[in-house]
Write a protein that binds this ligand. Structure first.
Ligand code: GAR
Length: 208
């Protein structure tokens, strides 16, 4: 099946959802790579017998040097797809181009609104009525690649940044594994005009 490498920096709850859906979704996790040695997601991977690597960005002199080594670590597993799941590093254009069309991210907002960090608090501060999460292909523009799937939640007067984070996470865990399985079955492609979701496409990896 389709081989997936997941990059994390922390808790890894999206990683867990992707692990849990892997058999039904027709893909396999080849490795989990973290830029932080203390990321809880590494324990989740180990528990599921998935190989892990740690690459500490603080030990590199530049972003390009870190990204170059990261590419080597990833490519050693020869993945069909690279999935960013709470990976809190900006990636250089060389990295993004190397994985063009096979690099996914999840972002905690209804893109193109609220790119960047602190999305839950910023949404509250702005008095928004709706919030959510977006899965998108990664391009050189930060949080700017073509959106594949979104999930929305209604904001209530009782919501806090913390409650929004929890409710958005629940939605993320539903949509991200599903998008990974779309990619694995060849239904999902990025081309020059954006994304295609098409049952007629040839499998991009691992014929089911
Ligand atoms: C998720 O909410 C994800 O959308 C967000 O980090 C969280 C990771 O949680 N990603 C970003 O903010 C990317 N800029 P997890 O480690 O439990 O999956």
């Amino acid at each position: 099946p389709c081989q997936v490498v997941v990059l994390i920096s922390g808790n890894g709850s999206n990683l867990q959802a992707i692990i849990d859906h892997s058999q039904a979704g027709g893909y396999q996790l080849a490795a989990v790579i973290s830029n932080r040695a203390d990321a809880y997601g590494l324990e989740r991977a180990t528990r599921s017998d998935i190989p892990t690597r740690v690459l500490d960005h603080k030990t590199f002199s530049s972003r390009e040097a870190f990204d170059g080594q990261l590419m080597q670590e990833i490519d050693a597993f020869d993945p069909d797809l690279v999935v960013l799941a709470g990976f809190m590093r900006i990636l250089s254009s060389g990295f993004v181009e190397h994985y063009a069309g096979r690099l996914l991210n999840i972002h905690p907002s209804l893109l193109p609104a609220y790119k960047g960090t602190q999305t839950h608090q910023r949404v509250l501060d702005a008095g928004e009525l709706q919030h959510g999460a977006s899965v998108h292909f990664v391009t050189a523009e930060l949080d700017g690649g073509p959106v594949i799937r979104q999930a929305a939640i209604a904001i209530t007067s009782n919501d806090t940044a913390e409650s929004l984070a929890q409710r958005v996470a629940i939605e993320e865990h539903k949509i991200y594994p599903e998008v990974v399985s779309w990619f694995a079955s060849g239904r999902l492609l990025m081309d020059a005009d954006g994304i295609l979701l098409d049952e007629q496409r040839l499998p991009t990896c691992g014929v089911q």
